[in-house]
Design a protein around this ligand. Sequence first.
Ligand code: PCA
Length: 219
Amino acid sequence: MARRPSVLLTGFDPFDREALNPSWEAVHALDGWQCGGATVHARRMPCVFGDAIEALGRAMDALQPRLVLCVGQAGGRAEITPERVAINIDDGRIADNAGRQPIDRPVVPGGPAAYFSTLPIKAIVRDLRAAGIPASVSNTAGTFVCNHIFYGLMHRIATHPAPGLRGGFIHIPYLPEQAARFPGAPSMALATMTEALRVAVATALAVEKDVAETGGQLH
Ligand code: PCA
């Protein structure tokens, strides 16, 4: 019998002196979840330039997923934000967990300037809002390890095409216990963020062609 199709969900180790990372907490809660005939596998990625893409590649080799959704923390954001684009730049404002701080270096030397997510990001935002969860498209995943793994993911999909394989990245806010240390910073409960990822996976598996809804920004 053919193996059940798999979905790879990744979260990150804590970084920048945090004790936890909401991306791993939320992703981990969905390990083993069955959705649309597929099994979700959660994997934790190092917050380290280079190592993160290697760990992702190993997980993809092992699981041969049909959908890969990488998730990361975006402290200061108030919403769930599917990312539109990964750019070919590493530019660390802070050092990663191995003390690496590349400045203006390509993720992949000679690679294209950018890759677009192949997830239906507008439909995901639509379905999140319909579920009562604040969400917006984001047009920058930054230049730290999240953009790095997102670019590595999309480069791998572009250079090792597998039938029907899609991938993308979603940033999520701080958990309330993190935001409590930064008065005024927005946060979201773990249960809400876990539910948001359920919606995102279900929509990504079900929606082939993205919907045309506004999700742009003037700047
Ligand atoms: N957020 C960081 C890296 C790991 C994470 O969860 C980022 O946005 O780049």
